[in-house]
Ligand binder design. Structure first.
Ligand SMILES: Cc1cc2nc3c(=O)[nH]c(=O)nc-3n(C[C@H](O)[C@H](O)[C@H](O)COP(=O)(O)OP(=O)(O)OC[C@H]3O[C@@H](n4cnc5c(N)ncnc54)[C@H](O)[C@@H]3O)c2cc1C
Length: 473
């Protein structure tokens, strides 16, 4: 088959690779100059790092498999990372379960209450579905306690969902807590995360070489204008006003990019209506290359209403291996609507305000530490999965024949992630090959199955030969 893939992020890349391996003629279209989408890289003060902070966990099965497939497993730099919490002018370690029991912003009773609640969510519950109708802003203060809500959870949810905070369901939080539990290996108390030496560039460029070897046509710096639809079937794409015919079209970009590509009639279709109603949050992320490590922690959560961000991610130890100094790069993210601050705030103000906040978290820090600073933004950085979001999920097979839709809106109840994009790509390949929808399971606890990608796995089981008629007696 001749297949067009729209979107050269990790999901589109994996789809292109797998479909080309199955013998299809694939063209991958990407709007930006480089592949990688949200997981792309850039250079800051001579250091290649991810455009936005990225780390790999031992549970990132599909990503780890892909890296092995590309011969990159040896490039993983596994590090015992550490987490801290800044509150009330002090920094508290927050990496290991016992740190919670010593966490001074909560009194002893409040700490045990919080620990018991987290244990209940991660050890005693196996399913997210019962939490879907429960609001996080009601459940967490009730069970984890009001103080834990004020100090820990409310600032975290504010950062991620802002005005949507009070609409977030506990199902999303449940998945998040169960995923965080997987920063640690089974039986271990220490967090372990990996950085790919050389940044995500190492992965994206290796994948690009592999796609070229497989005969994939890669077209960068092109923005698909339309998906051509005739009599309810996708027949190809339109680029620079030119029609290019395809047997199948796979859409793997953000939901907001789909609407202008499809005929107006789709606005009345319940399937496409769900996609068009999906809501994204933008990210504004200050990235600074420093002369020395910001502090001793990988991740410092910040819970202080006077500071305009809730976290600092410090790449120093994370990117160091064999005793070599790492990249002293920090990321300071904040998520918001794209028509409100800080997304709309000018770079100068962001840099000034964030530096003031960074000085509070690390009193020794000052501007002289900074080699280069960049403010990165992306309008579609995270999905807002508020309320009963499972009702918003759409299948891979669309009502338009030969059009497959596969993007991060479908990985609920999980949060976005490279490994999940690669898993989604496996499901999408199956739908492209069979023409049938593929049921998906993205629960962190149950959705751990192997999903084969080779075409043979999708062939219907061979018919058993008919039994020879019994010889007449
Ligand atoms: C701040 C931040 C931190 C993150 N941290 C982590 C982490 O630590 N670990 C992890 O695993 N994941 C992390 N992620 C998530 C991860 O980056 C994403 O899940 C993943 O990269 C999404 O890949 P995708 O291909 O599905 O989508 P995208 O990356 O969004 O790719 C879609 C592509 O479509 C292209 N496109 C758009 N319109 C068109 C058009 N008209 N024509 C052609 N192409 C088009 C876009 O340019 C883009 O490249 C993070 C994300 C963010 C924003």
């Amino acid at each position: 088959m001749k297949i067009a893939i729209i979107g050269g992020g990790v999901t589109g890349i994996a789809e292109a690779m797998y479909l080309a391996r199955n013998g299809h003629q694939v063209t991958l279209y990407e709007k930006q100059k480089i592949l990688g989408g949200l997981a792309a890289w850039f250079n800051i003060a001579g250091r290649d790092v991810e455009r936005f902070y990225h780390f790999i966990m031992t549970c990132d099965k599909y990503y780890l498999d892909m890296l092995e497939d590309l011969g990159l497993s040896e490039e993983l730099n596994w590090v015992n990372t550490t987490t801290a919490f800044y509150h009330g002018g002090s920094v508290y370690p927050f990496s290991e379960p016992q740190d919670l029991l010593k966490f001074k912003p909560l009194n002893v009773f409040q700490r045990f209450r919080l620990a018991a609640t987290l244990a209940y969510l991660t050890k005693l519950t196996r399913r997210w579905e019962p939490f879907e109708d429960v609001l996080a802003c009601e459940w967490l203060p009730k069970y984890a306690g009001k103080k834990a809500w004020e100090v820990i959870f409310r600032p975290m949810l504010d950062m991620k969902f802002g005005v949507h905070r009070d609409r977030m369901s506990m199902a999303w939080l449940w998945a998040r807590f169960n995923m965080v539990g997987q920063y640690r290996e089974k039986g271990q108390t220490k967090e372990k995360r990996a950085w790919l030496k050389g940044s995500s560039r190492t992965f994206i460029e290796a994948a690009e070489r592999e796609m070229l070897r497989l005969g994939v046509t890669i077209r960068k710096s092109v923005s698909i204008e339309r998906i051509e639809v005739e009599d309810g079937r996708a027949t190809g794409i339109v680029l620079d006003g030119e029609f290019e015919p395809f047997d199948k079209v796979v859409f793997s970009s953000s939901s907001v990019a789909l609407r202008p590509m499809l005929p107006k009639e789709t606005e009345d279709d319940p399937y496409f209506r769900k996609i068009y109603d999906q809501k994204y949050y933008g990210v504004t992320c200050l990235v600074a290359a420093l002369k020395k490590p910001f502090n001793e922690y990988f991740w410092t959560y910040v819970s202080d209403p006077e500071i305009p961000f809730v976290g600092v991610i410090n790449y120093a130890d994370f990117t160091s291996w064999e005793g070599q100094p790492g990249h002293n790069v920090i990321y300071v993210p904040w998520y918001s609507e794209t028509d409100e601050a800080p997304y709309t705030t000018d770079n100068e103000t962001i840099i000034r305000d964030y530096i003031a906040g960074l000085k509070k978290v690390q009193p020794e820090f000052d501007e002289s530490w900074i080699d280069e600073v960049i403010v990165g933004r992306d309008p579609n950085a995270a999905m807002v999965c508020a309320g009963r979001y499972s009702g918003q999920l759409v299948p891979l097979k669309t009502p338009i024949e030969n059009l497959v839709f596969a993007n991060l809106s479908q990985i609920y109840p999980q949060d976005r992630g490279i490994s999940l994009g690669l898993k989604l790509a496996r499901y999408a390949v199956r739908t492209v090959e069979t023409g049938e929808d593929t049921p998906m399971d993205f629960s962190p606890l149950t959705g751990t199955e192997e999903i084969p990608v080779d075409a043979e796995a999708f062939q219907p089981a061979a018919q058993a030969p008919e039994a020879e008629p019994a010889p007449a007696r």
